[in-house]
Design a protein around this ligand. Structure first.
Ligand code: BGC
Length: 778
């Protein structure tokens, strides 16, 4: 080879080298996603649509977390990492061969957050959680869970916000905006109509399109439009015969086409049966991913059953998410977080979500030095619910003993000793082998302990007041039973004896409800001088409750759901699995099990009502929409909550301009203590259109801390079409013309003022005719 040839040859080698390295150097960025996809093998594309298993074991980056997306280093595609919420960043607090603790904050359960009726509080919780996600190097919190509280016994109600879709949507939207303000993703879930845990992987929610649109999808619609979450999780259940992850009408037509969702849709963990159907339906990613799903998708892609453009579309959505993450940016996370500061956020918002249900001149406590604490829950409090969201060892949980002591109040020492002994022996009885095994449902709780008459007499003598805490908790994969809603025999005995003994001595009894979801109160609340519903305020629970007891915080929470008098009163009670012994199999994530029941089915059986399917025959009459419209008495109405001060409401302005409805209400603190007030705006539709509930919440707002005599004008806004109803026959939202009554209230049962506004021209909005009920109900 002469020199010329040699140079030419080198040139070829150089050019070839460049060509090769330009292929190898193609790395993902926000603007080259299509090009990157074009460089992927079919196998890689399929992998991108499937998770990499749950992050358990010691060789994973974030032990005890929910999973991650597939990584292709060759193309500069890192994994993005998921961890569960909603009330804490769920990951193992201990790692193998690592002396550190990786603690995260136990924030208030979602129900408590909703009870604040304060979108700023929800934003702050989201923002603080978002900081923890970011600080520990993760990318996405699998939260919020925003299914409607259809029934008081639903096992995951603590993760949910409310029986009303406006509360759900507004609180969720603010929480998501808070999370995403930290540069990490929220994942709104479980889409949709996932309102029971019994047979959750196979249950078919059967309902007509009016309640579907007005109640079960509405919260998602509001939250998504207000916050554009980066990701969404479909649910385990079916809706009208189709698994939600396999339902194109839900994931494409409604979610994307009607609402404009732009993010990535992932399945719930091991949900659905047919991964190819999920891909086609716009469920972009299967989590946590199974080998069988990989094979099925690959085969379908090769055979053309799954068109490559659909696969590319799904991959593109996953990559659009990945490029936004901290993992993609290579964020150098501190791997530690401000636990002290976040505990303060929990204490503040946990207390803001506490609802004062009854107060006969007892609260705030004054001149109280010594307290007799009753109820096992006073000593073993429930900071938040169970489930995957609770994975890992909790950081700490402040008991009532600790909370009172922190406020300089002395809990009775002999009672502390008695309860210590009782809890230890209950622990041995319930868990003879030591600790309860890991489970998604809470371990059995100790039975109540009732002191003898002599012991009680001494306690009455030695203390200024009695405080008695009742506890209820739930998790995932199981619903509550009626027995959990009702007062247990020993609890009844305890309340009765304590009330009698203290009242005889002219002393008072305060009952605290540290509960996941409503319980029965009507039969016993007369015996208590005050009742406080704390729900589950997070790790600072004892401090939160004490802050309200002492008046350090003036309670301003309101009930985001109705407290019915007894189970059976709500219309959905007739169609809920309250009496079915369902055994959730020992949980096997990532094994490809589609969980049903451990019981072997020998021969095909008739589908079981409320287990294999659940008929939502109550339609739109969920919660106050039913109780209020039909005049059915309740224990405490939706939106109810007392304060240590009083408020006056005055409507200052109201306007219906085209699409925008505005009402300005001036709220004045007319009492003697500083306080906040949550104001609710209900609308009563004119007669003549479709049948409607007597009132429906359309907006709400909360004042700042108002000093005595101080006022604040709150501006409440909503859209005219928010007052429309869904016509199932024509698949359209209809706003009939006529007089609409706008009511401002302190609760659904306490309306303070109203105005009438005329809609002069009827309006309609046509949407997809989708997800119709496929069976004829008897
Ligand atoms: C739950 C989801 C959760 C997922 C991952 C499922 O069992 O339903 O809410 O995000 O597990 O842990």
């Amino acid at each position: 080879m002469n020199l010329k040839e040699c140079i030419k040859m080198m040139g070829v080698v150089l050019i070839l080298g460049c060509a090769q390295s330009s292929v190898a150097q193609l790395k993902l960025n926000a603007t080259n996603i299509d090009e990157v996809i074009s460089q992927m093998t079919l196998e890689e594309k399929v992998h991108m649509c499937i998770g990499c298993g749950m992050s358990f074991g010691s060789d994973v980056k974030f032990p005890g977390t929910a999973g991650r997306t597939y990584d292709i280093p060759r193309l500069g595609i890192p994994s993005a990492y998921f961890a569960d919420g909603p009330h804490r960043l769920a990951m193992s607090s201990k790692r193998d061969f690592d002396s550190r603790f990786y603690y995260t904050t136990e924030f208030p359960s979602s129900t408590t957050v909703a009870a604040t009726f304060d979108t700023d509080a929800a934003y702050q919780i989201g923002q603080t959680l978002g900081s923890e996600v970011s600080d520990y190097g993760l990318d996405c919190l699998l939260a919020p869970s925003i299914n409607l509280m259809r029934n008081a016994l639903c096992g995951r109600n603590h993760e949910y916000y409310s029986e009303d879709p406006v509360v759900v949507g507004k609180i969720a939207g603010a929480y998501i905006n808070g999370i995403q303000s930290r540069g990490v993703s929220a994942c709104i879930k479980h889409f949709a109509v996932n309102n029971q845990e019994t047979n959750r992987n196979n249950n078919d929610s059967r309902l007509t399109t009016r309640p579907l649109r007005e109640l079960y999808l509405k919260g998602f619609e509001i939250a998504i439009k207000e916050s554009q979450p980066w990701t969404l999780m479909t649910s385990y259940n079916k809706v009208n015969g189709l698994y939600t992850c396999e339902d194109k009408a839900l994931n494409e037509d409604i979610l994307r086409d009607e609402w404009g969702f732009k993010g990535v849709v992932m399945s719930d963990w091991n949900a659905g049966k047919d991964a190819v159907a999920s891909m086609l339906a716009g469920n972009d990613m299967m989590q946590p991913g199974q080998e069988s799903q990989y094979k099925a998708i690959l085969e379908a892609a090769k055979s053309g059953k799954l068109p490559e453009e659909i696969l590319n579309r799904n991959v593109k959505r996953v990559l659009e998410f990945v490029v936004k993450t901290h993992s993609f940016a290579g964020y150098n996370f501190p791997n530690t977080t401000d636990l002290k500061g976040h505990a303060q956020v929990d204490r503040t918002i946990g207390a803001e979500g506490i609802v004062l249900l009854k107060n006969q001149n007892v609260l705030p406590m004054e001149n109280i030095q010594k307290v007799a604490l009753y109820g096992t829950t006073s000593y073993d409090m429930v900071p938040a619910g169970m489930g995957f969201g609770a994975t890992g060892t909790g950081y700490y949980c402040v008991s009532m003993v600790e909370g009172l002591r922190n406020a300089g109040i002395q809990p009775d020492k002999s009672l502390i000793a008695q309860y210590q002994k009782h809890l230890a022996s209950e622990g041995k009885r319930l868990f003879p082998n030591g600790k309860p095994p890991f489970s998604l449902t809470p371990p059995a709780r100790a039975e109540e302990f009732v002191p003898s008459d002599e012991e009680l007499a001494a306690q009455v003598r030695d203390n200024d007041i009695a405080i008695l805490t009742l506890g209820r908790t739930t998790g995932e994969g199981a619903d509550r039973r009626i027995a959990e809603f009702n007062l247990k025999n020993k609890e009844g005995q305890l309340i009765e004896q304590v009330a009698k003994a203290y009242h005889a001595a002219g002393k008072k009894l305060i009952v605290i409800l540290n509960i996941c979801s409503p319980m029965e109160t009507a039969s016993w609340s007369a015996q208590a001088d005050a009742v406080i519903c704390a729900f589950e305020p997070g790790e600072e629970v004892g401090n939160c409750v004490t802050d309200v007891l002492t008046g350090r915080v003036n309670p301003s929470g309101k009930l985001p759901m109705t407290f019915q008098v007894k189970y059976g009163d709500a219309l959905s009670d007739a169609n809920f699995p309250y009496d079915y012994e369902f055994v959730m199999p020992s949980f096997a994530m990532g094994t490809g099990m589609n969980l049903k029941s451990e019981k072997k089915e020998e021969k095909p059986k008739e589908p079981v009502a409320n287990v294999d399917y659940t008929d939502y025959k109550e339609g739109i009459y969920v919660g106050y929409r039913y109780f209020d419209t039909y005049g059915k008495p309740v224990a405490y109405p939706f939106g109810f909550g007392l304060s240590y001060t009083t408020f006056d409401y005055q409507i200052e302005q109201s306007a219906l301009d085209n699409d925008l409805c505005t009402l300005v209400v001036k709220v004045t603190n007319t009492g003697r203590r500083a306080g906040k007030e949550a104001v609710q705006l209900y609308v009563k539709a004119p007669k003549g259109g479709m049948e409607k509930p007597s009132k429906e919440l359309k907006a709400f707002g909360k004042t700042k801390l108002l000093q005595p005599c101080e006022s604040q004008s709150l501006t409440l806004t909503w859209n005219a079409m928010d007052m429309a109803s869904f016509n199932e026959k024509t698949s359209e939202w209809q706003l009939p013309k006529g007089d609409y009554q706008w009511m401002v209230g302190a609760s659904s049962a306490d309306i303070k003022g109203s105005v009438v506004k005329k809609v002069t021209k009827a309006r309609t909005l046509k949407v997809h005719n989708a997800m119709n009920l496929k069976v004829a109900w008897k």
